[in-house]
Design a protein around this ligand. Sequence first.
Ligand code: NAP
Ligand code: MG
Length: 477
Amino acid sequence: MTGNNFIAGQWVPVERRREVLSPANTGEVLGSIGLSAPQAAQEAVAAARKAQRGWKAMGMVNRGNLLFQAAAALEAHLDELAELATREMGKPISETRGEAMRAVAILRYYAGEGYRAVGEVIPAANPNALQYTEREPLGVVAIVTPWNFPLAIPIWKIAPALIYGNAVVFKPAEWSSLTAVRMVELIGSIFPAGVLNLILGLGTEVGEALVQHPDIDGISFTGSTGVGSHIAAVATQKGIKYQTEMGGKNPVIVAADADLDLAVEATVSGAMRSAGQKCTATSRVIVEEAIHDAFAERLTARTQSLKLGNPLEPDTYLGPVVSELQYQKVQHFISVGQQEGARLLTGDDGRAGGAPGFYIAPTIFDGVDPGATIAQEEIFGPVVGILSVQSLDEAIQVANNIRYGLSASVFTRSLATAMRFVHEIEAGLVRVNDETAGVELQAPFGGVKGSSSHSREQGRAAIEFYTHVKTVSIRAL
Ligand code: NAP
Ligand code: MG
């Protein structure tokens, strides 16, 4: 597969290229992607600017109809998209299939927005006046996405941007560029030329050129906290709207009265699916001392039973991590955990050995100090740490003692414990007796503290980012 740019409705070849290797088998070449020069950002923004007025003028209902077509186009290629995403970034096929279906559902959701009311009628002092609000698109929106949800995250930004009348320049992560290209091949020409543009290349080159471009009106970014903070500073300086969804270090609290089987299953799923490469992945399990031993034993046994292997096999629970860089980063955190004195309950047990890909055995540390590196830093791999506490008070305090605040769960049978957790936990996504990962597409998504710029994505919340409110008063003479 050959990945190029899509600008003003045309595929534009990129000269400088990089081979794409499978993370599951580094000997397998999947294709090549273009690494655009900064000039591509200029061309894509110009194309988007040119298209945006006409796109806005088309109206919500007509735009919604095109989004319905886009949903159908992706749906007709679900298996193909899932397989490509799995080959490119290593997430098991059972998960990419779900993700592809989610992308379709998101497109339908925002297509439906085209038929729903926006704005409100507000009383006016003059009875002969009509006062109401409209929603205006921002204009040209830059969309910069990570590789870990290569289908769903781009679509959950592109779909609301488009329905509300914005034109888009989309810069996917380098490590999920082929998946982005295939999606745009399927849906790009459903929209008028220039409405949806794709530019491939390095974040530090064409990504930087895009976010620095003087003629964009908003930036929606998901990725690491470092890059997100930089983008927030650039956008603030330019005086444009931005949203940055960033890292997490998500806790699960297991209270002494928890349903342990449920807590174990949800912890394993939250920590190990996608090889831990979710912003909402569980990475700290805060366990009340009374049930610590029983919980740790069951968690270890369940983790050791997971199938680590070829992500294209339907029963694989976790595949490789995305890249060599990510592999080294995660291995580094595992060594740091050991140096800092945490106890390895399970980890490098030979299961990952031999395979020519970036496989890391699911790893559990016990006796993790709340201040330890592996309890504070986002690892983004199949690694979870158990922290013991004496009480619910201490559990909440440990859970909140972190610079992140994306997602958090509690396992308990007590309504009082659940309510206290809901009120006191510092997180944007709060769950009781459910895993930290996996939020429904119609509900707002986002975090607090260092996880997010406090704006919300998904569901009806997206209108707040992708539009401005225009207050109108019409006086009858
Ligand atoms: P990343 O390194 O921050 O990259 C994200 C995107 O930004 C990529 O497209 C990247 O391009 C681009 N980029 C990098 N430097 C840039 C710059 N100077 N200017 C403009 N764009 C730039 O993150 P990642 O490694 O792809 O993804 C993992 C991270 O995403 C984790 O921290 C995870 O927690 C976070 N994440 C958060 C959420 C959430 O909703 N909160 C969801 C998923 C993931 P290149 O790929 O070419 O470098
Ligand atoms: Mg990166």
